[in-house]
Write a protein that binds this ligand. Sequence first.
Ligand code: 1GP
Length: 229
Amino acid sequence: MYDLRTWRHVFKLDPNKEIDDLSLEKICESGTDCIMIGGTDGVTLENVLNLMARVRRYPVPCALEISNIDSISPGFDLYFIPTVLNSQDPNWIIGHHHQAIKEYGHFIDWKEMVVEGYCILNENSKVAKLTGAKTDLSLDDIEAYAVMAEKMLRLPVFYLEYSGTYGDPEVVQCVKEQLEESVLFYGGGITTAELAREVITHADVIVVGNVIYDNLQEALKTVKAAKEL
Ligand code: 1GP
């Protein structure tokens, strides 16, 4: 089993985006702690399986972050199951999960599942729109979600998600101070080593996505930045 407490860096690959073999090799051999496959739209069983098979050539842990029931496949090392704590639609908190367990519960190996309590904070992101996230939150609101994730729901991961934009490091710091057990993931807008270095001083794990496709060299530098602390 993987100890998320030792992780610092995750690359999130979107199965709906193209990545050539050489770029993928560099990402997989970068020293990152995990390749997480996940996205918001256009995630199909076909593109998930295709990307998994390509990542599987490398010894790096490969996880699926489940975005819809139809694209779940066996063969990953780990499965991240998001629950969007600040969604206003119960489907994204427990509804889809309930349906999935009802249909496939007997196949699930719970030792491979990691439930992530998401707090989505970029109102313009696709994921905020899709999940109906209430993003106009005060710091007190955000901290309360973190405490709820850890103390009430006992979730292993609390995920501050600014997808597509760089968040507020002070928010990350304050949230970190609320957590004793849950591992704090931060994702959103990490486009340089400098930003990676800034967030990792507060977050336990940084998740780097878009910059892989926009500027591979900068993306690769975020690994060392996250690990040198
Ligand atoms: C998205 O948190 C990740 O789910 C990473 O965000 O794509 O902005 O790096 P970016």
